[in-house]
Write a protein that binds this ligand. Sequence first.
Ligand code: PMP
Length: 453
Amino acid sequence: SLDCYGLETERSLNYMNEAKKHLPGGVAANIKHFEPYPIVMKEGRGAWLKDVDNHWYVDYLMGYGALALGHAHPKIRHAVADQIFCDGTCLFGTPHQLEVEFAKAIKKHYPSIQKLRYTNSGTEATQLAIRLAQVFTGKNKVAKCEGHYHGGYKEMLYSINPSLDEAGEIDLPLPVPESADVKVDGNEPYILPFNHIEGIEHLIMTHHSDLAAVIIEPIQAGYIMADQTYIDRLRQLTLTYGIVLIFDEVKTGFRSALGGAQEKYEIEPDLTTLGKVIGGGFPIGLVGGKKDILDVSSPSRGADVFEAGEKGQGSAKDILFHSGTYNGHPTILAAGLATINEMEQAYAKVLDITTSLREGIETLAKNIGLPVTTYGAGSIFNVIWKKDCKLKHYRDLQKTNTKMRKELDFALLQAGVYTKPLNRYSLSAAHGKEEVDFTLQAYEKAFHQLKGG
Ligand code: PMP
């Protein structure tokens, strides 16, 4: 019997009912939830995912963009197996050689990175970047852009997806809490308007004396580009006023270009955060950038900075404390290194495949007469239900037809294409012509269905 998805997803439904007894909302992360119930997956191969009711789907979620090579890539499986069987499972608890080999692979593609620190997630990376900026500048406040996501912690859970009636003027957005534990009490970040030059000039010039850092997704959610003039002006202003510019490239790293958005814009931020792709599907994050900034966390800083004999090692209050049992985990660095090496060969092909899929979707929409277009950069794009729209920032996105987009997502699911509702598409080296043809057939069917309905 077919259910609300037009498929048999009874085992997903049963699993979710059971899961709700054990996990809040039945999920391990809020983002995994959607109505009426999430489809539960059990296997991934290349570009394909199989659910617990044994349907296969072409996967465009790709672990929220983390899987640049697709599911179960042989090079990653071998790298992980070699690490585990030959050198040891994980924790030497000491420095080890992959930490530097990996750092060199990152620095090759990110010339703005002189030194780096590993973390266990993108969230931890942006958190550390902000702390580094605060210690380095001796200032305390942070500014972030409306609509931008930097991880799930209190300082950053503002104005990610606010309703427009709460969000204030376009050039002077108000901080809007995104979580029950977050308040507007004076400790919140300043909220910058994305792609609005006068707005950032005003906010930065007004607040520069207590502003330690500006953190930004240079390409919002991986698919809404900053204007070159905006990003250039932001770089100028932050340099002028001694504010640390942090590019959060957790999403865009090795996707917008191998060298991330900063390669596309030819801009050197002071700090960069990376995550997702660089872990090959395993949890990782890192902060890299100017060595003077990274070195505020150096435990040998005392010896570097102070005259020997005069002050000796720096005391705890001089050094930024950063630690973590799993930082620089060897198995994960092995998986990440295999991914980076493979992407150097595969990236051009991923771009070609992404372009052919985007063009295919746009051509179908045009021929069938639906107001659908795609927005994106590199191997990420999103499908927008609105004709001739110029997506410049979060507020434009609010004016698109998300109801129809969701119906499209469900119609595609029924035809064997998986995206989480409203989520953007991330491609991988495992997506090829077969997957694109399959997806476009699903689109043709879905578009006709929605046009008629
Ligand atoms: N920054 C950006 C731009 C992200 O897209 C994400 C994750 N979606 C994060 C930070 C947080 O990374 P993680 O989920 O690994 O903590």
